[in-house]
Design a protein around this ligand. Structure first.
Ligand code: KIV
Ligand code: ZN
Length: 395
């Protein structure tokens, strides 16, 4: 009987949130962050309730080593994890950095698919031995060890099951199943985790994690499907930052689980009202702006311009919003004034600016507003004030 080594962060209804903004996110070309910026982001992640922070890749550079060490020293509640390839030197360097944390974790990985096996030119047996000895080594240093077969979703089933079993026997406490190139699809993602848990000896004693890339735009769907299949750790990044098309976005999976708890009854420990602030800070320090229509944190995620939508929103916010802006850290919905806006929104907006209009006056101002909106994409408060001053002069 395998000893139960499931990480203390886990219970069957909780999804552990593993944030890798500072490791996989920072690997996006051009997203490099300074030491102080990384420490600041790690503090924000810790405060918002992220269970595990992958703080960096300590062997990659002295700078990464120093950043991971300082994040580990300053950590309060989160587990601090560092990445290491499958060799003793990487693993030792990783532990040297994370050991300062109250809760350290070593994350070691190797590419197991045929394409990835060809790079170090190892036979399947040689790679299996390497996995056994490196996971054993990591486990001798640290109680909390995560192992990843990189490119798991393109690895032959028999070999994947074999190496996962080896890693569990060698002492891994979390098995992460990466979709390294964003190749899988939701049903397959769920089935793979379900089958691993059902068929690999010892699988019930570890946590399975999902790590999805977004090459086909399915990272969030694949991560949530993996949870349906039994994964209880989602690896993700703020704003979906990450290699190529990015990783699963933390804010998306967290809000999906919160809003659709009726069909996905799992909790996270994330304080969602902090999502907008960290999204903006990560965008600023990484230099990667958030697309306007990005789910949850985009500028337009809680903005409405069309008359029908604005009218509905003024009557009942649930008409066109499934989340409250306050739940993600915004003070209110933004009714954007533009050529699609209707009278109800114009009246409401002018009311906010201190102008109470009779119906006939509103009709007149509405005509002028539409003419202006045809010339200008977005009408700001100052435009409306100027329009009202003009109206008052001419009236
Ligand atoms: O995408 C990936 O496979 C990774 C591993 C290092 C876990 O980032
Ligand atoms: Zn990755």
């Amino acid at each position: 009987m395998t000893q139960n080594r499931v990480s203390p962060e886990a219970n069957k209804d909780k999804v552990v949130i593993f944030d890798t903004t500072l490791r996989d996110g920072e690997q996006s070309p051009g997203a490099t962050m300074t030491h102080d910026e990384k420490v600041e982001i790690a503090e924000m992640l810790d405060e918002m309730g992220v269970d595990i922070i992958e703080a960096g890749f300590p062997i990659a550079s002295d700078g990464d080593f120093e950043a991971v060490s300082e994040i580990a020293r300053r950590s309060k509640n989160s587990v601090i994890c560092g990445l290491a390839r499958a060799n003793f030197k990487d693993i030792d360097r990783c532990f040297e950095a994370v050991k300062h944390a109250a809760k350290p974790r070593i994350h070691t990985f190797i590419g197991t698919s045929p394409l990835h096996r060809a790079i170090p030119n190892l036979t399947m047996d040689e790679m299996a031995d390497k996995i056994h000895e490196t996971v054993t080594h990591a486990r001798n240093l640290c109680d909390n060890v995560q192992w990843s077969p990189m490119d798991a979703t393109r690895t032959e089933w028999d070999y994947l099951a074999r190496v996962v079993e080896i890693a569990i026997k060698a002492g891994a406490t979390t098995i992460n199943i990466p979709d390294t190139v964003g190749y899988t699809a939701p049903r397959e993602s769920a089935d793979l985790i379900r089958r691993l848990i059902a068929e690999v000896p010892g699988a019930d004693a570890v946590i399975f994690a999902t790590h999805c890339h977004n090459d086909l735009g399915m990272a969030t769907a694949n991560a949530l499907a993996a949870v349906e299949g039994g994964a209880r750790q989602i690896e993700c990044t703020i704003n979906g930052l990450g290699e190529r098309a990015g990783n699963t976005a933390l804010e998306e999976v967290v809000m999906a689980l919160k809003v659709r708890g009726d069909i996905m009854p799992y909790t996270t420990g994330i304080e969602t009202t902090k999502l907008m602030a960290i999204s903006r800070r990560v965008a600023s320090v990484s230099g990667f702006p958030v697309q306007f229509n990005k789910a949850i944190v985009g500028k337009n995620a809680f903005a409405h311009e069309s008359g029908i939508h604005q009218d509905g929103m003024l009557k009942n916010a649930e008409t066109f919003e499934i989340m409250r802006p306050e739940d993600v850290g915004l003070s209110e919905t933004n009714l954007v004034m533009g050529k699609h806006s209707g009278r109800a929104a114009l009246r409401s907006k002018l009311g906010e600016l201190g102008y109470e209009l009779a119906d006939n006056q509103l009709a007149d101002v509405f005509v002028r507003f539409k003419a202006l909106a045809d010339r200008k994409k977005e009408i700001y408060d100052d435009d409306l004030i100027a329009l009202m001053q003009d109206e008052e002069r001419s009236g």
